[in-house]
Ligand binder design. Structure first.
Ligand SMILES: Nc1nc2c(c(=O)[nH]1)N[C@H]1C(S)=C(S)[C@@H](COP(=O)(O)OP(=O)(O)OC[C@H]3O[C@@H](n4cnc5c(=O)[nH]c(N)nc54)[C@H](O)[C@@H]3O)O[C@H]1N2
Ligand SMILES: Nc1nc2c(c(=O)[nH]1)N[C@H]1C(S)=C(S)[C@@H](COP(=O)(O)OP(=O)(O)OC[C@H]3O[C@@H](n4cnc5c(=O)[nH]c(N)nc54)[C@H](O)[C@@H]3O)O[C@H]1N2
Ligand code: SF4
Ligand SMILES: [Mo]
Length: 691
């Protein structure tokens, strides 16, 4: 098929570019996308984002030529010139300051093969400074789960969650953020009688299906989880046999929980103590109870501890290692799981083996001919905080940190402190405006490769469109750059993405034995067994992924948020809505999605609105010492008193002008979910009567 711009399109089953559910879609006539039966969406079901996925592919804003900065302005340039500039820029920084002066941003929006090559480039150059926005997303979940269970991914599968008797959804809104997972897996369980507990300061689409809603104050998840744990012990709802056989440390935790005052914790969290007891009973009495967790849990400076507190609930009640149970982080973009699996992280090699493990490094060296460095690299936010100091250059692939990192105004200006920056993207993003070279990459519909979804399924992407103008496939750009930048060009000679995947299966043991042919139109799930050709559905059944039969229980104490609220301030918590996606790079370019609801609203409780003289629909200014953002007030009891909510999708500047620099000490995840802000009616620039 040819469209009016002359581009060629054809329908080929591929994976939706938006969320980590991983629905299969393909090009449909007249510039749309449609769902096709896939491993996850077995009936071809999709959500509005999947249906709008093609809008970005053919958008007039697409970059179609490399851009090179000349005298402060971008001019289009031939590929050869643009790549020479990158080699001079990055190579020059490596020569002057060493490879650790370069930071690589891998992309959760891009394929396993592309991310594998990017991290290989970093490591062959001699640095572990490679990270992806899993850092901003579930790094705390992964830190806690890896420590206690030995693996950071969903313990269970979407399929078996259908068998659960209780869903405990903490700080996640799957009805809007993982719609097909919600409708096709979680909702059927609820309709079959499973109880839904929703722990979220706001009532949203997920809450509509909830039996118990705990509208806690942002940042009080530990108080709530500890109170629930105390009730589980007090009311004899723990699983004694499981505690004896599969856990350690119960006595210590029990002693600590005995001192927890449920009423006091409920008051600190601003929830009804009876609702806490109800939630504890629903979870503790269920035969199979599953925790589902998201950004409301993970994006705090105590994100790792928040998850530790949830892991206690699963271990206390024996809800690990069986279908319909477990702890299940719903992953963000279509390949945030894979970008991390393949080594797009600063402390681990492909397959999560620590860079500090000499034997693991040697196994990689056998394949690459070069040993990766042994010092863990910098995480994303740590790196931008060091721009202009020890970090002098950045390679930004399919990410937009100048608007998606916290305290984004400071981050954006930090990009100006770099000696050199190259961005590979589809659009001239906010980050790209600070770059020296911008390279036009390929959208989801223009590439082949694999992605790994939230329940560890590796699936294939297939091209549905040729490339616009002189844009190039991301994998070709990355291998080309790697051949030019390193002294091992032969290590980056691949005959297409399948050859990269084959190498990945040799380097990352969790992918060992997988193949393009084996995946076919379906999926293969990690950890994969090369000997019997199947993946493991439910993790930790007999032993934990640590190799141990037992996992430790942990004493977790509440941690106050970093921002102390000044008098009259509200707590701003940020997040998402159904029709829009992350930085908006893709969703803002879809007329279909913008038509559904394109507003930059700030949800505010009626009591708080009245106190500030704010009416529904008024323009309001939201500000703190870091910045100021304007939005339209949505006055609603859906958000609790003292709290305001907005997305980070719309306003200009985006909400990250307001979020702070505090990081979780272990996972280095930012505190996106708690900032102190003043909210007031926007002063009228042009008051009535003024000229
Ligand atoms: N439509 C849509 N879908 C998406 C995305 C998108 O942008 N739009 N992005 C994708 C990505 S990258 C990700 S990571 C996932 C994220 O998916 P979710 O985790 O569902 O995303 P959020 O909306 O950021 O946060 C979830 C909920 O946490 C609540 N919350 C806020 N503060 C707290 C708190 O202190 N405690 C608790 N318990 N809850 C709190 C918020 O009110 C919100 O409803 O979604 C993916 N899917
Ligand atoms: N305030 C606040 N901030 C947050 C969050 C929050 O809840 N609140 N959530 C955080 C989370 S969980 C996440 S994941 C991050 C997301 O942060 P980012 O990853 O920075 O944002 P995205 O919008 O997902 O996409 C980044 C870029 O990828 C490009 N891209 C998409 N597909 C391709 C492709 O195939 N090839 C190439 N080359 N480029 C492509 C897009 O054009 C876009 O510019 O934001 C974080 N920031
Ligand atoms: S649920 Fe996620 S993967 Fe499925 S169509 Fe919607 S955005 Fe795409
Ligand atoms: Mo995310």
């Amino acid at each position: 098929m040819t469209d009016p711009t002359g581009r060629e399109f054809e329908s080929n089953p591929t994976v939706c570019p938006f969320c980590g559910v991983g629905c299969q879609i393909e090009y449909a006539e007249r510039g749309g996308a449609t769902g096709v039966e896939g491993a996850v969406n077995a009936r071809g079901e999709i959500c509005p984002k999947g249906a709008a996925a093609f809008d970005v592919v053919d958008h007039e804003d697409r970059l179609t030529e490399p851009l090179v900065r000349h005298g402060g302005r971008f001019v289009t340039a031939p590929w050869a010139e643009a790549l020479d500039r990158v080699v001079d820029g990055i190579g020059g920084v490596v020569d002057r300051h060493g490879p650790d002066a370069v930071q690589f941003f891998a992309s959760s929006n891009c394929t396993n093969e592309e991310n594998y090559v990017l991290q290989k480039l970093a490591r062959v150059l001699g640095t572990n400074n490679v990270d992806n926005c899993a850092r901003l997303c579930h790094s705390s979940t992964v830190a806690a789960m890896s420590e206690r269970f030995g693996a950071g991914a969903m313990t269970n599968t979407l399929d078996d969650l259908r068998e659960t008797d209780c869903l405990f959804v903490n700080g996640a809104n799957p009805a809007e953020q993982h719609p097909v997972a919600f409708r096709s897996y979680l909702l059927p369980a609820i309709r079959d009688g499973a109880t839904l507990v929703h722990v979220d300061p706001r009532a949203n689409d997920t809450t509509e299906a909830a039996d118990v809603h705990l509208p806690l104050r942002p940042g009080t998840d530990i108080e709530v989880a500890n109170a629930i744990a105390a009730v589980l012990v007090e009311e004899g709802l723990v699983d004694e046999a499981f505690l004896a056989e599969r856990t350690t440390g119960f006595d210590r935790l029990r002693d600590r929980l005995a001192a927890v005052d449920v009423a006091a914790n409920a008051e600190a969290a601003g929830v009804d103590p009876e609702a806490i007891r109800e939630a504890a009973r629903a979870y503790g009495e269920a035969d199979r109870a599953a925790i589902v967790t998201g950004m409301g849990t993970s994006q705090h400076r105590c994100g790792t501890d928040n998850v530790h507190a949830l892991l206690n609930l699963a271990l206390l009640t024996g809800n690990v290692g069986r279908p319909g149970t477990g702890v299940n982080p719903l992953r963000g973009q279509n390949n945030v799981q894979g970008a991390s699996d393949v080594g797009g992280l600063p402390s681990v090699l492909p397959g999560y083996e620590p860079v500090t493990d000499a034997a693991a490094r040697e196994r990689v060296a056998d394949e690459w001919g070069v040993e990766p460095p042994s010092e863990p690299g910098l995480t994303e936010v740590e790196a931008t905080h060091r721009f202009g100091d020890e970090v002098r250059a950045a390679v930004v692939f399919g990410e937009n940190p100048a608007v998606t990192e916290p305290n984004a105004t400071a981050v954006a200006s930090a990009f100006e402190d770099l000696d050199f920056c190259v961005v590979i993207d589809l659009f001239e993003t906010a980050t790209a405006t600070h770059a020296d070279v911008v390279l036009p990459g390929s959208a989801w519909a223009e590439k082949a490769g694999t992605v790994t979804n939230t329940d560890r399924r590796v699936m294939r992407m297939r091209p549905n469109a040729d490339l616009p103008g002189n844009a190039r496939r991301d994998l070709d750009i990355l291998t080309d750059l790697s051949r030019r930048l390193t002294d091992r060009p032969e290590a980056f000679d691949y005959d297409g993405p399948e050859a990269v995947f084959d190498e990945l299966t040799r380097v990352a043991s969790i992918y060992e034995g997988m193949s393009y042919e084996g995946i076919g139109d379906g999926s293969q799930r990690w950890p994969f067994s090369a000997s019997d050709g199947t993946g493991t559905d439910v993790l930790h059944a007999e032993t934990f992924a640590t190799g141990e039969r037992t996992a430790p229980l942990a004493v977790v104490d509440p941690v106050p948020p970093a921002d102390e609220l000044d008098a009259g301030e509200l707590t701003l918590t940020t997040g998402r809505v159904l029709q829009h996606f992350n930085s908006g790079a893709l969703s803002r370019r879809s007329d279909r999605l913008m038509a559904m609801r394109g507003e930059d609203t700030l949800q505010i409780n009626p009591t708080d609105a009245v106190e500030r003289g704010i009416d529904d629909g008024d323009r309001v200014t939201v500000s703190n010492e870091r910045g100021s953002v304007e939005a339209t007030a949505a006055v609603t009891p859906a958000v609790r008193e003292g709290v305001a909510f907005c997305t980070f999708h719309y306003a200009d500047p985006l909400a990250n002008a307001l979020t702070g620099d505090a990081l979780d000490p272990e996972a280095k995840i930012p505190e996106f979910k708690h900032s102190g802000v003043a909210v007031e009616p926007t002063a009228d620039d042009d008051p009535a009567g003024a000229d």
